[in-house]
Ligand binder design. Structure first.
Ligand SMILES: [Zn+2]
Length: 403
């Protein structure tokens, strides 16, 4: 439904923290009327339950959620259920399987990508950073189909795209394709994957990725699953190149970066300080079990840690829920963010750090003029929403009521 101008009533907004001694014991909230015009918040007024307006029924309004790592182009979502195979153990096994299956998946990928976006929207997400395969099997077709799906959904969802050479830059002959894709306006980031284990050389593969980004004024977001020395060296390579090329600052990311999970606390602190100094971010799907990422240390040093679902239902993994509130909940539980204050801060992992209250409890969202990208949840405050993974009751994107 497209709406140029309308009002909402009975909108629950957070207004501050209630303290006892120095501890936050409660989040203060009040009901408001919110006017939306041309995709923006036009005014925020005291509530009038009798106003001619859409009734938000006292549900909590939060910034719409952002999934910062997805592969919308090659989900198996919409195809018959299929768990992962025991036969495919390595990245190279996966590449061989993709070479066989991608032409089949592409036949139905436009409709299935739209369905996947519907599913993410159902959990309150309206913005997605999506990687798309660039490889000799896909050619440019993964991008073409993804763009068609995104165009069909453009009134209600936004995305930024990462050109992802899943089959290696050199392991398969992908660099020439990447050079073409890097020139396309709709592509924001140059991706990569495991430069040492897949392409045999950190300098060669990472050097090519950085050069493509610099030549085409793009960001960087590289998948790095490698543990140990090659993983650490790859992260350091990106830090060094970003320090040398400040135009990459804030636009350079390592996805997964599992090698950080193997560092001692002292080493992790040093690495976090260097990442922050360079403005290199980490993107994580928040693994657990034998990989625990040092997310609190990274955040303490001011590293931008972006969170995404990555695999939702595909041939790599079927455990991504698609629910960013669930990711914030997982982080809160995993790292012990259990108090009212810490739970309320954990919401930021679902919203790329846009939260209704700042760290001191001052109201900072929504403000008049903000984009009308918001989600409504059946919760009394952010802390409850994160802790209970509260149900999403409505989503508004760019002023358009999605549901
Ligand atoms: Zn991924």
């Amino acid at each position: 439904m497209e709406n140029k101008s309308y009002s909402l009533k009975n909108v629950l907004l957070e207004t501050g923290f209630a303290y006892q001694d120095k501890d936050v014991v409660k989040t203060k909230t009040e009901l408001f009327c919110v006017d939306v015009e041309n995709g923006k918040i036009k005014s925020i007024q005291p509530n009038n339950p009798n106003a001619q307006a859409i009734d938000a029924k006292g549900h909590l309004m939060l910034p719409a959620f952002k999934d910062m790592h997805a592969h919308l182009d090659k989900m198996l979502f919409g195809l018959p259920w299929q768990a992962v195979s025991e036969k495919r153990k390595t990245v190279k096994d996966m590449i061989a399987y993709e070479q066989q299956m991608i032409p089949v998946w592409l036949e139905t990928s436009i409709e299935r990508t739209e369905k996947m976006i519907d599913m993410l929207q159902g959990y309150g997400t309206d913005f997605i950073r999506s990687h798309f395969n660039v490889d000799p099997t896909s050619g440019l077709n993964s991008l073409k189909n993804l763009e068609k799906a995104l165009n069909n959904k453009k009134a209600t969802a936004n995305a930024e795209l990462v050109a992802f050479p899943q089959h290696g830059l050199f392991y398969t002959d992908t660099l020439p394709l990447m050079k073409d894709v890097a020139q396309i306006d709709s592509v924001s980031f140059i991706g990569g994957v495991d430069p040492y284990s897949l392409d045999g050389s950190i300098d060669k593969a990472m050097g090519a990725i950085v050069q493509l980004a610099l030549d085409n004024n793009k960001g960087i977001d590289v998948h790095l699953h490698e543990m140990g020395e090659s993983g650490v060296k790859t992260i350091e390579f990106l830090i060094d190149r970003t320090l040398e090329n400040p135009q990459l600052r804030g636009k350079a990311f390592m996805s997964h970066a599992f090698a950080l999970s193997r560092l001692s606390t002292v080493e992790a602190e040093k690495m976090a300080a260097r990442l922050a100094e360079a403005g290199v971010g980490i993107v994580s799907s928040v693994p657990f079990g034998d990989i625990i990422m040092p997310i609190p240390i990274l955040r303490k040093h001011g590293v931008e840690v972006l969170i995404g679902n990555d695999n939702i239902q595909d041939h790599w993994n079927t455990f991504g829920s698609g629910n960013m509130l669930q990711k914030a909940n997982l982080i809160a539980e995993l790292y012990g963010y259990g108090t009212e204050y810490h739970l309320s801060r954990a919401l930021g992992f679902a919203t790329r750090y846009k939260t209704p209250l700042d760290d001191q409890g001052n109201q900072q969202w929504p403000k008049v003029g903000d984009a009308a990208d918001m989600v409504f949840v059946n919760a009394s405050c952010s802390a409850e929403a994160v802790s209970r993974i509260s149900p999403v009751t409505s989503l508004i994107h760019n002023g358009n009521v999605v549901f």
